[in-house]
Ligand binder design. Structure first.
Ligand SMILES: [Zn+2]
Length: 129
């Protein structure tokens, strides 16, 4: 799990939005249902990827889906191209994937087009699920 540099805590509403001061420059969407799973946010310190990772709530089995909000900065040299993370869509589509190379591609496309980029997540390598 070296891809994420921070796990910012439990998250309940299934949609990582950042703190409202950052500009959303891209989204990672589920290739099956187009649900947004992570957002690229540009702030004063550069671009970061903020994602919501669904998890089962131990103390609340009948409640809403819970999860963790994770964060990693996206820079020229990190995360590494092949360094990635499994993503799961909270509508039940699992085994999805984002990696450093894809993150930098989204940032590059944003710089080129000047508008928000929608990136459909890839499929996780077989040994990562
Ligand atoms: Zn989905």
């Amino acid at each position: 799990m070296s891809f994420w540099t921070a796990q910012t805590g439990p998250h309940w509403d299934g949609d990582a939005k950042g703190d409202g001061t950052d500009r959303c420059i891209g989204e990672v969407v589920c290739p099956d249902c187009q649900n947004v799973m992570a957002r690229f946010l540009e702030g004063a310190n550069g671009v970061g990827l903020r994602a919501w990772i669904p998890a089962r709530a131990v103390g609340d089995p009948g409640g809403r889906d819970a999860g963790w909000e994770c964060f990693t900065p996206i820079a020229d040299d990190q995360p590494a191209d092949q360094d990635g993370s499994v993503l799961s869509c909270w509508r039940g589509h699992g085994g999805l994937w984002i990696d450093g190379a894809a993150c930098r591609e989204v940032v590059r496309l944003y710089r080129e087009r000047g508008k928000k980029v929608r990136h459909a997540a890839g499929r996780a390598p077989g040994d990562a699920v």
